[in-house]
Design a protein around this ligand. Structure first.
Ligand code: AMP
Length: 309
C-alpha cells in the first residue's frame, strides 16, 4: 500500500456558529486530514505535537482509524495548541478569536523512519518552518507534495511560507487567502501568480461555492454539494485536503485528469464534515455514505449538451 505522510496541528478548538457553541473539542488540521484520508486504501502517519492535557481517547480515535501516531509527540507539562473561531451568519466566513500555539511554538518534528519514503506528503496547516523540517527529513523525493496553509501564517511568517511554497507541487488555499498571497483580486490571476511562486497546481477552495483547480492553461471546477443543513464548517478545508491527498496516494497517479477526481473526493468528504460540530460526523462516516454521495456529485454535474459543429 502507498504511504501518505501528514503534518499539521492536532488541537483543541472552541467554535461558535449561529447554531451553537462548543467548549474545547478535538480539532486540528492533521486530525481532519487523517480522518478524511482514512477512507482510502493507504498507510498514513501524522507528525504533530500535543501537550499532556490531550486526552488519550483522542489519540486512540486516530489510531483506531489505522493512522500511525508514533510521530505525534506528547510534551510533558505542555499545553496543546488551541484555536477558537466564530462564524458569521453566512457560515462562509469566520473570525479567529484566539490562537494559542503552546507546544507548537518549539516543536521539532520527527518523521517516523518508515515514512521517510512516503509517496505523498500532505503539509497541513502549521508553522512553515515545521513543514520545511518535515520535507528535509524525506529520504527520497515524494511523488507529490501538497501544501495547505492559512492567513495566520501569511501574517506572521510570510518569508518562511514562501520558502515552503517553492518546494511543493500542489497548494490548496481558500479564495481570500489566494487573494492575500498574490495581491490579485481575480482568482484566475491569483492562481497564475501563485504558480510562479512554485506549485504547478493551485487549488482554490471557495467554501459552499466549490473548488477550482488550476494548472498552466487548464482549469477545472468542482461544485460543493448543496446541503440542507450546515452546522459547522470547521475543518472542511482540511477534510478536503485529506480527501484530495488520500485519493492521489491510493491511485498513485498525479496527472491533471486524476487530480480532477481527487478534487471531487475532497469536496465529497468535506460535505460530510460540515454537517455536525467538530469531527463528530467524520468519526461515524462510513464507506457506504461516501459512495452514495459520490453518486449525487455525479448527478449534480452531469449534462448532455450537443455542441454545434
Ligand atoms: P479549516 O476550517 O479547514 O481551515 O481548519 C480548521 C482547523 O485548523 C481547526 O481545527 C484548528 O485547530 C486548525 N487551525 C486554526 N488555526 C490554525 C493555525 N494558525 N495553524 C494550524 N492550524 C490551525
Amino acid at each position: 500500500m502507498n504511504k501518505l505522510l501528514i503534518v499539521g496541528t492536532v488541537a483543541f478548538d472552541a467554535i461558535e456558529t449561529p447554531f451553537g457553541k462548543t467548549d474545547k473539542i478535538l480539532g486540528g488540521a492533521a486530525t481532519y486530514i487523517g480522518l478524511s484520508a482514512s477512507f482510502f486504501k493507504l498507510q498514513s502517519a501524522i507528525v504533530s505535537v500535543v501537550g499532556d492535557d490531550f486526552p488519550q481517547e483522542h489519540l486512540d480515535l486516530l489510531k483506531n482509524k489505522n493512522i500511525d501516531i508514533s510521530g505525534i509527540e506528547v510534551v510533558k507539562g505542555g499545553k496543546t495548541f488551541f484555536w477558537s473561531g466564530r462564524y458569521h451568519n453566512d457560515l462562509n466566513s469566520r473570525d479567529t478569536l484566539e490562537t494559542q500555539l503552546n507546544v507548537l511554538a518549539d516543536f521539532n518534528p520527527i518523521v517516523p523512519e518508515n515514512f521517510k519514503d512516503a509517496d505523498v506528503v500532505m503539509l497541513g496547516n502549521l508553522h512553515p518552518n515545521i513543514q520545511i523540517g518535515v520535507l528535509d527529513q524525506m529520504k527520497q523525493k515524494p511523488k507529490l507534495v501538497v501544501l495547505d496553509t492559512m492567513n495566520f501564517w501569511m501574517d506572521c511568517a510570510l518569508e518562511e511560507l514562501k520558502e515552503v511554497i517553492k518546494r511543493v507541487d500542489v497548494i490548496t488555499i481558500n479564495d481570500e487567502e489566494a487573494r492575500q498571497l498574490s495581491g490579485e483580486y481575480s482568482l484566475v490571476k491569483a492562481a497564475e501568480v501563485i504558480q510562479e511562486l512554485g506549485p504547478k497546481y493551485v487549488v482554490i477552495k471557495k467554501g459552499e461555492h466549490g473548488a477550482l483547480l488550476f494548472h498552466q492553461n487548464d482549469v477545472f471546477f468542482a461544485p460543493a454539494l448543496p446541503l440542507k443543513e450546515v452546522y459547522d464548517p470547521t475543518g472542511a478545508g482540511d477534510t478536503f485536503a485529506g480527501g484530495f491527498s488520500g485519493y492521489i496516494t491510493q491511485s498513485s497517479n498525479i496527472s491533471f485528469g486524476n487530480m480532477k477526481n481527487a478534487i471531487i473526493y475532497g469536496s465529497n468528504l468535506a460535505s460530510f464534515c460540515v454537517e455536525e460540530f467538530g469531527t463528530k460526523r467524520m468519526q461515524r462516516l462510513t464507506r457506504e455514505d461516501v459512495d452514495a454521495r459520490l453518486q449525487q456529485f455525479k448527478m449534480l454535474t452531469q449534462f448532455d449538451i450537443e455542441l454545434s459543429k
